[in-house]
Ligand binder design. Structure first.
Ligand code: AMP
Length: 352
């Protein structure tokens, strides 16, 4: 029986495909090779799953419970989500721009732990890049991404084209004023409008029970939470911890664009944040003093351009003068061609 559920061709991918190539909106026949997480009294999710054969497309199509569906078409993706719903399963969504690393995979694992099915989206969203930003240079590795996701036991990958997401005439934008205008929003005008708009579209295409976002993009996480609350969107937004390289650098798809020298220099960002957290632990509460020390640490590591270093209220990102409770230190620094962001939670010693 034929597994293929859609016949429209998938755009060519950049790298050689690790078995077998995605040639349409297809069920990729490669076995995942990773057992489903145990559920209930030791039963596997696979074993618990209702038979969903035929729910995805033509009645005769087979929906494998052990294979990863790679979908490019919006309508096929809607059908896949509907099949999951019809089977009474829960769905988690992990939106990404690809060039996946352990930070992304930590979201996938959190998603798998929470829901029956996991969908990952890979889409480099042009509307969140401003003029002169690195849209064209943004790293992409779709085939390596698919291999990683297959190994994680992901059920569905949605990787649309720009044309599918933004057909001619699309005009609606989602904007979350206030919280999207500070920090990165102040330096990248319109960036978070693009983020909010694409996430709203993805949540409409793949209406999941929960969507997972990293604290690496702390401001983005808060904006999405606010958008979902303000628009009464029936989904839980789950924030996941920031994942770092062993030397402390926050994992980022953009890190591959750092030269060896800049990669070494970039460690100063997390070093400065860790030191500031320690200083808060020692009782330093003046944010001006803390910011001064962070700046000094970063600038002493080499030439760079600091967009901002701010210590803010972790709920609404408003500036604070003293760390008297929980706070978030957020920064964005340009090193070489790369704009790097990082942040850390700090808590005043007396608030512990
Ligand atoms: P991106 O592909 O950069 O748009 O990121 C997709 C999702 O992965 C976002 O929710 C990010 O916050 C999250 N993410 C990226 N890097 C990390 C990291 N180092 N740790 C945790 N989450 C991350």
């Amino acid at each position: 029986m034929e597994d293929t559920v859609e016949s429209s061709p998938l755009a060519p991918v950049e790298e050689p495909v690790v078995a077998p190539p995605p040639v349409g909106d297809v069920v990729c026949r490669a076995p995942i090779g990773v057992p489903r997480r145990p559920r209930g009294a030791g039963a596997t999710l696979c074993g618990n799953r209702p038979d969903r054969s035929g729910l995805l497309g033509p009645p005769q199509a087979t929906y494998s419970t052990t294979e990863m569906h790679i979908l490019k078409e919006i309508e096929a993706t809607r059908r896949a989500v509907a099949a999951i719903r019809t089977a009474g399963e829960t769905l988690a969504l992990v939106p990404t721009m690809g060039k996946l690393h352990e930070g992304h995979l930590s979201l996938v694992r959190a998603a798998r732990a929470r829901c029956d099915r996991v969908a990952v989206t890979i889409f480099v969203n042009p509307t969140q890049f401003g003029p002169g930003e690195d849209l064209d240079a943004y790293p992409r590795s779709p085939d390596a991404d698919l291999s990683l996701l297959r190994a994680e036991g992901v059920d569905l990958v949605f990787m649309p084209t720009v044309e599918a997401m933004y057909p001619a005439g699309v005009a609606t934008r989602v904007r979350v004023p206030g919280i999207s205008e500070v920090l990165c929003g102040a330096h990248r005008p319109g960036h978070f409008d693009g983020v909010a708009t694409v996430v709203a579209k993805l949540l409409n295409i793949l209406p999941a029970d929960a969507a997972f976002f990293g604290e690496k993009d702390y401001q983005q996480l808060l904006i999405i939470k606010k958008m979902v609350a303000d628009l009464n969107m029936p989904i839980e937004i789950v924030g996941c911890p920031l994942v770092r390289e062993p030397d402390g650098l926050a994992m980022s798809s953009r890190n591959v664009r750092l030269s060896t020298e800049h990669r070494t220099q970039a460690v100063a960002l997390s070093r400065a944040l860790f030191a500031a957290r320690d200083r808060v632990g020692e009782g330093i509460t003046s944010t001006a003093e803390l910011v001064r020390e962070i700046r000094q640490e970063i600038e002493s590591a080499g030439p760079c351009e600091i967009d901002y270093i701010e210590i803010v209220d972790p709920q609404d990102l408003s500036s604070i003068e003293r760390v008297t409770d929980a706070a978030r230190i957020c920064l964005a620094v340009r090193i070489g061609d790369c704009r790097l962001i990082d942040n850390i939670a700090v808590t005043c010693a007396t608030a512990l």
